[in-house]
Design a protein around this ligand. Structure first.
Ligand code: PSV
Ligand code: MN
Length: 415
């Protein structure tokens, strides 16, 4: 058995022989940034039961501490998304200083206009102007928070929709949504963005106002260039070709960000890449291809995309699950970087259907673990983040300090 260094040398030689620039692949892997969600560190569950987790974060500061641990282990998770009011604090300057002291940044701010009683029939699409005004006011408050935290992205998801045909007028709801979002758009500071997330069902079961990428895209186009689409990988009908959506939005310069997770049936919020790693690879393949093709075109460049995880862990260890998700994003990027784009283009031009397909599968089937171990060592990290987590005994330490919070520690039962 070769040791890890020998395994890396063997792989590196093989990649060089295939015409790949291994140093530039490693440099790109070192630049990868995955944002983790504060709500993935607190207790959460399904509508059937929230199983309290020993050591689950109870406060926003504890969530930041756990996110910092994930970053310390992986080296590529330097920011954490917040959800308001789950993560609301009295002193935002203090929270920002705390994040700085941990070596992480506060990332996207997610307003929550789906939990209050008043939002039973919707928020920005509600028939009552007073409810719409309340929702917009909350989002504007989130923009004020962004100004203190230095966040670039306002990440918007709405539970708005109806449960029965005829319950409300779909076109009127569309107009109310557009008008409400226009008010929010006006308040966006320069260099910030509004990310519009879609989801085809749940909690609404008949129609959802922002059901798919087409509706999100059309809405963003009307608002202006600071409005972009957010793709949550769990928010599509079964069989949807997500990488096609990604390629289209990237090419139109309107792909703002991702919420990565995986699902078997619906919006299951499982570890990224745990059900369909090939799909995850194909998504990263589109991102790498677009970045390679548009190196000098900032609007279409994949570099501006916010790569975020949106997961809630019901039965699995929270920090280990998050580390695993970050690693799985890293594996997908590494494999996508191994696609030989020149050879692929030649085979495509020659009409070599299966040869072109094999250019992708060859990269996908490559065992990139030695490459990632090498990258981590070059970054001054342990080559195996999960082993490092176990060795640190961090999970035991927080379990002893925090105990088991009985409440969902920030977040509704399912995310
Ligand atoms: C909704 O299912 C969602 O994906 C949105 O991004 C929410 O902000 C998040 O989950 C957490 O509830
Ligand atoms: Mn999401």
């Amino acid at each position: 058995m070769p040791n890890s260094n020998q395994a890396y040398q063997l792989l590196a030689n093989q990649l060089i022989e295939c015409g790949l620039d291994v140093e530039s692949v490693k440099a790109k892997l070192k630049q990868q940034h995955i944002e983790t969600p504060s709500w993935g560190y607190g207790n959460s569950g399904t509508r059937f039961r929230v199983f309290p987790w020993l050591g689950a974060a109870r406060t926003t500061k504890e969530k930041l501490a756990d996110a910092a641990m994930v970053h310390n282990l992986t080296g590529i998770a330097p920011s954490v998304a917040l959800h308001i009011p789950w993560d609301k604090v009295d002193d935002w300057d203090d929270l920002k200083s705390y994040a700085d002291s941990l070596g992480i940044k506060i990332g996207a701010i997610n307003p929550n206009v789906f939990q209050d009683e008043i939002y039973k029939f919707g928020s920005i699409c509600h028939g009552d102007l007073a409810v719409r005004k309340r929702a917009v006011a909350h989002i504007l408050e989130c923009i004020d928070i962004m100004k203190i935290t230095g966040s670039r992205d306002l990440s918007l998801w709405f539970a708005d929709g109806t449960n029965y045909a005829g319950q409300d007028n779909i076109r009127s709801r569309k107009h109310r949504m557009q008008d409400s979002l226009a008010e929010v758009y006006k308040a966006l500071p320069p260099n910030t963005r509004m990310l519009i997330e879609y989801k085809f069902f749940e909690p609404a079961f008949y129609h959802t106002d922002l059901a798919d990428w087409g509706i999100a895209y059309a809405t963003a186009l009307k608002l202006g260039p600071q409005a972009q689409v957010l793709v949550d990988t769990g928010h599509h009908a079964q069989g949807t070709n997500i990488e096609h959506i990604v390629a289209f939005l990237l090419d139109e310069g309107r792909l703002g960000g991702f919420h990565f997770n995986n699902r078997k049936y619906a919006d299951d919020d499982l570890i990224v890449g745990s059900v369909n790693p090939f799909e995850l690879f194909l998504i990263f393949n589109e991102l790498v291809a677009a970045e390679a093709a548009n190196e000098n075109v900032p609007t279409t460049c994949a570099k501006n995309v916010a790569y975020m995880i949106d997961q809630s862990h019901n039965i699995e260890p929270k920090i280990e699950a998050m580390v695993q998700s970050v690693i799985n994003c890293q594996v997908a990027l590494a494999k996508a970087l191994l696609v030989n784009r020149q050879k692929l283009a030649k085979r495509q031009a020659a009409g070599d259907v299966l040869g072109a397909h094999r250019e992708l599968t060859t990269a996908y089937e490559t065992d990139v673990r030695p490459l990632l171990a090498q990258v981590r060592e070059e970054m001054g990290l342990h080559p195996d983040p999960i082993a490092a987590l176990k060795a640190s005994r961090y999970e035991e330490k927080i379990a002893a300090e925090r105990g088991a919070a009985s409440e969902a520690g920030g977040g509704y039962p399912g995310a």
